[in-house]
Design a protein around this ligand. Structure first.
Ligand SMILES: NC(=O)c1ccc[n+]([C@@H]2O[C@H](COP(=O)([O-])OP(=O)(O)OC[C@H]3O[C@@H](n4cnc5c(N)ncnc54)[C@H](O)[C@@H]3O)[C@@H](O)[C@H]2O)c1
Length: 341
């Protein structure tokens, strides 16, 4: 089988994982990288010895590419995704698919028209803990899921220093959509309506105009109700850049997942750290873990014509929930999920 020729757009914090995955995957070739920041492309061409561009159209016009992997900031996925679709390429896009349902539908329509496929990198589905929970829920012994709780937060530094574009996103778009996608995956059905409350002011006072935290209640078609909490204001001294846990109460059984402590603890004279050893590890130079698995699966699914594990419908549904959650937090009203007919 010929190697899949992949180009990456956006080579910032997370795009580096895309570069590493396609470089190491024996079935893919990293043929080009595009980033609008020339300092980044200079660095990438030095480190990876790959052809780089600062303009996606120029790259798509000049390179022989099979698929495009997009890791631009949350609010700027649409333009590179639509460009790749126009050129007839299958696409992997980082989560969230878009930061509005309007943009999500535009991507869906364009992909359908061009006859290409788009995968969304909701990598929590590949977490061994999530797979164990999904498999457990499929056993008849648990009975009906009745109530669920999920929390995923980030430390201040993520919103204030890591992401230059955090004011154009939110804890709901950045980590909340991970939760919404994972819960849909567990439940196997859709959200009907949401109610949400939140807090603003702390990040705003530090120059980032977005929500500090949002708590959402999601009602699912199967009658299960979930509470989801997402914040961007964990103290920087926290043991990990993100915090997470979930609990599902079923008719006969209860499931509890601690996504923060993965069994490894590092201590120095100031701080305890609890690295997520399952996420992305450098194994003797080779990237491995559930952050890398979806990128490898993208290559596998295209080459073997298999369906993607997280597709455009999944991207759209997470965004519809995120949009409803923001609206509810602004208006203090229950918001029904409206889907295009
Ligand atoms: N940082 C994380 O831990 C993390 C984890 C999982 C997923 N993600 C997702 O990955 C995506 C990227 O996040 P990040 O943290 O790497 O952001 P980042 O700001 O570090 O990197 C984004 C890069 O995209 C480039 N860019 C922006 N618009 C572009 C365009 N039109 N064409 C070419 N390049 C463009 C920027 O110059 C920048 O280098 C986001 O959607 C985010 O939600 C991030």
């Amino acid at each position: 089988m010929e190697k899949l020729k992949v180009a990456v757009v956006g080579a910032g914090i997370y795009g580096r994982n895309h570069l590493n995955a396609y470089t190491w995957n024996p079935n893919s070739d990293l043929v080009a990288v595009c980033d609008m920041n020339k300092n980044i492309t200079d660095e990438v061409s030095r480190e990876y010895g790959v052809k780089t561009y600062n303009d996606i159209e120029e790259m798509l016009n000049n390179e022989d590419i099979d698929a495009v992997s997009v890791a631009t900031p949350d609010p700027y996925h649409k333009e590179p995704v639509l460009a790749a679709i126009r050129h007839g390429k299958d696409v992997l896009v980082e989560k969230p698919l878009a930061t509005s349902s309007k943009d999500a539908y535009e991507i869906i329509d364009a992909a359908e028209k061009a006859g290409v496929r788009v995968m969304v990198d909701y990598h929590k589905r590949w977490d061994p803990a999530s797979i164990a929970v999904k498999n457990k829920l499929q056993e008849e012994t648990t009975g009906k899921p009745i109530r669920g709780y999920m929390r995923m937060d980030n430390i201040y530094d993520v919103a204030l220093n890591w992401l230059k574009w955090s004011a154009n996103s939110s804890p709901v778009h950045f980590v909340g959509t991970h939760c919404y996608d994972l819960i849909r995956f567990y439940m196997g059905c859709e959200v009907t309506q949401v109610y949400a409350v939140g807090h603003k002011g702390i990040l705003q006072s530090k120059g980032v105009d977005t929500w500090d935290t949002i708590t959402a209640i999601l009602e699912f078609e199967n009658g299960c109700t979930w509470t989801v909490e997402n914040a961007w204001i964990l103290p920087n001294g926290f043991a990990k850049a993100d915090d997470g846990c979930s609990e599902i109460l079923c008719e006969n059984e209860m499931i509890r997942v601690d996504s923060q402590k993965r069994g490894v603890e590092f201590f120095d004279s100031n701080k305890l750290s609890t690295p997520n050893v399952c996420f992305i590890q450098n194994a003797n130079g080779r990237p491995t873990g559930f952050g890398i698995d979806p990128l490898n699966d993208f290559v596998y699914c295209i080459q073997n014509k298999k369906p993607f594990f997280a597709n455009l419908k999944d991207g759209l549904e997470a965004e519809l929930i995120a949009e409803a959650v923001h609206k509810s937090a602004e208006t203090h009203q229950v918001v029904k999920i409206e889907r295009r007919k």
